[in-house]
Each structure stands twice: as structure tokens, then as C-alpha cells.
Design a binder for this molecule. Sequence first.
Ligand code: HEM
Length: 468
Amino acid sequence: MEPSNNKQLNTTKLFIVAGLVLLGLGMIYGLTGAIQYLVPGFLKKYFSFEKVRPLHVSAVVFWIILGAMGSVLIYLQQHTGKKLHAPMLTKIQLLVFLFTILAILTSYYFGVFGGREYWEFHPLLALPILSGWILFLFNVVKSIGTLKNQPVYVWMWLTGVVFFLFTFLESYLWIFPYFRNNIVNDMTIQWKSYGSMVGAWNMLIYGSSFFLMEKISGEKTYSTSRMGFLLYFIGLFNLMFNWGHHIYTLPTHHFIQYISYVVSMTELLILGRIIYEWRASVSAARRHFHHAAYKFLIAADVWVFLSLLLAICMSVPAINIYTHGTYITVAHTMGATIGINTFLLLAIAFDILHETCRSFEHNNKLFNRTFFVINGSLFAFWISLILVGVMQSKWQMSEPRILFGAMMLQLRPFLISFFVFGLILTIGIVIIIYPLIKNQLLCYFTPTTNQDHTPTVAKESMSDNDLN
Ligand code: HEM
């Protein structure tokens, strides 16, 4: 069916919309897992924890991947001012990803696994993901055209797209006995590939965030600046070598681990500084117009510094021995994937999806309130996880060893607050993303209205609607 108004819900926007749906779904799975800590056996028959954990992790990881792909495809067109090289390939890419994600989530439900942590689905399902990514790579490379005088975000997109492919392949080397039969090599490759894969999607997200920051401020400040390129090169080094800090417990050279830790923290420090400085350069009018996107960028900046703080603590070898394998690691992962990745992607989602045939203005009050609830609850959620981790590490080191059951009783208050704040966080995020999705769908299916709710500052991006 042809869209009935000019604010089209096109294929590239669908990447973000589908990602948002996965985010909501993923958080519901996360909540189910959190209840299972408190009520062992809850929904065990259909959704045991062995199924719920991969359902949660895969749903939120695919939110990040779909969101990152959609942002690059949309901003790339805004950057070049042209349509993508092969719009048909984008449609195929979207369909391939959607069907594969559906197959993956369904296979978990039926208890079909066969993969490794984070990619627990059967390795055969990696093939369509791989082919979808190759289509993406081809389209991005061809749409960029020349590399001459390109801003830093284009370099980030290219690097992210190429390295993701490489590290994704690498994360499947374990299927060959040559790699699988040596446990140290096997684990080193696995953690190396995961660390680099996160670095690769960060490149896509940070590049798109740079583009958005310049769009909001209306000034091309960072895309050709030294600081921007410094972040790019550190990010590149980081995605190649940051895996060192994932293998603290393996017998490898310590200098590799120390270097990689310092580099990954430098990357966060520079990103945090860039957003911090950018914030001062945005005029009040532009800040007001790009209200939601601006706020999420600033929130992500706060989370960059909080994650940095936790990472510094965890990087001290004497502390890492205690924190390794506890919920402090989970706090680190979830703090970064929610506070940095998700918040940056939500900023981008608001920029891309808020302009529809229906006004978004009346949602502003609710947005402001919910935004504070989201940030407050995420902080409390994160602290609860850290406290669970501290109790766990005390238990691991206790002499004589306290019984597991007794330890779980001690953890209960923190697990309750983890669930309660997780619930508030989920409700907050759903309240915020619901109107974004609803407006897109309503405008797609309803006739064009003649109202133009778009303030002057937005006119510059009106041509976005012509893109695919
Ligand atoms: C944007 C939202 C979220 C993202 C991106 C996210 C991401 C993640 C990631 C990456 C992991 C794996 C952590 C690791 O292995 O180190 C994880 C685990 C988990 N998350 Fe979330 N999460 C989100 C929201 C939630 C919420 C709202 C809850 C509910 C309280 C939740 C509950 C859990 C649980 C129970 C686990 C399993 C921890 C374990 O292994 O025992 N998550 N999440």
C-alpha cells in the first residue's frame, strides 16, 4: 500500500521502529528474568530462565543493531542529499533481519540453542544475518561514493560496517575444531570478537550521534575537527585491542590487558568531553526544537562518565579478581548498553521519527516527567546491580563459605530493588517510545492533513521525507 501522506514511514525508518518494538519486548523479558530471581520457577514451564536470558539479551542486542543500521542508512542520505545506491537491497536487508530475528526468538522459545553466550541461537541462523549485513555494507559503501574530504562520521560508519562483518565471522570460528580444541585460544578469540563487535556498533552509533549533534547545533564543528578524528582513531584502536580487558582471568601478557583498559577509557573520556563541549554550543532555540533528542544526548553523556567511573574501579587488577563473574560485570554491561547505546539511539530515534503528520508538542510535558523517571530509575537499577555484585564477591571470598541459600537471602532486598526499578524503567521507556511508534503508524494509514506543525528550525530537514 502506498503511504497516504508525505511524512512517509519508509523502509529505513522501519529499521528504527522495529528496533523500538524489540527494545520494549526485550525489557519485558528482562523483567521476567528479574522476577525469576525472586520467585524461582516463575513461568518455568514456558519461559525458564535458560530461555528468558537469551530472549532478553538477543532482543536488546538486535534493538541496538537495527537502530544503528537505520540511523546510518537515514543519516547517510541526509549527508549526501541523495537516495541510497540500491533502495531495493535495503528492503531485502530489512526483511532478512526481521525474519531471522523472529526465527531466533521462536527457536529460543522452543528450547533450540546451539550457539554461544550472547549469540545463543543455532549457528545456521548466523548465515542470514551475515548475508543481510553484506547487503548493508554494499549499500553503504556504494552510497558514500568517494572518500575524499569526508567528515569523521562517514569514516566511523565505514569502519563500523566493515569491522562488524569481520568480528561477526570471527565470533563463529569456534565451529571449527582447530579453534575449539584449545580452550585458551577459543576463549581469547571469543572474547576478542565480542569486544570488537561492540566497538564496531559503537562506531556506527557514535558516528550517527556526531551527525545528529551537528544537525542540532547547525554548525559543522566536530566532523572535521582534530578532536573528532582523535576519537575516531582511538575508537579504531579500541575496537581492535580493547578485548584485552575481557580476558583478565586467562593466562596472557598483562601489558596487553593494561593497554587495552587505558585505551577503552580514553575513548569514553573523549566522547564524554565532546558531548559536554557541544552542549554549550547549542542555542536555546535549537535546544528547544530538538527537545527530546538533545535531552537524551545529555543523559548519555552523564552515563559515559558513570560507566567510566565503574570501569576505572573494575580495571584495578586487585579489584577485578573480586568483581569478575559477579553482577558488577552485568551492571557494567547493562549500564553501558542502556545509558550510552540506548540513550544515543533514542536521541536519534526522536530526531528521525518525531516529525509526522501529527504534532508531538502535546507530549512534551509527559516526556519531561518520564525522562526524569527513566534516569532516576536507571541509576537506582544500576546501583542495585552493583550492590548485588558486591555481596556476591564477599560471598565468593568468605571463609568459612556461607551457604548459597543464606547468601541468596541476603541478596533479596537488592534483587527486589533491581526488579522494582527495572519495572519503573521499563514503564518509562514504553511511555516515551509508544507515541513515536503510534504516530508513525497513524500517519501512514490516515490521509494527509494540511496542518504544518513544523517550526522554522526544522525546515532544513524537510527533504528527509523524500529519501528512502
Ligand atoms: C534498554 C534496556 C536493556 C538493555 C540494553 C539490557 C541489556 C542487557 C545485557 C547486555 C545483558 C547481559 C549482561 C551480561 O551478561 O553481562 C542483560 C542481562 C540481564 N538483564 Fe538487561 N537490559 C535492559 C533492561 C533490563 C531490564 C528493564 C531488566 C529487568 C529488571 C533487565 C534484566 C536483566 C536480567 C535478569 C539479565 C540476566 C543477568 C544474568 O545473567 O543473571 N534488563 N541485559
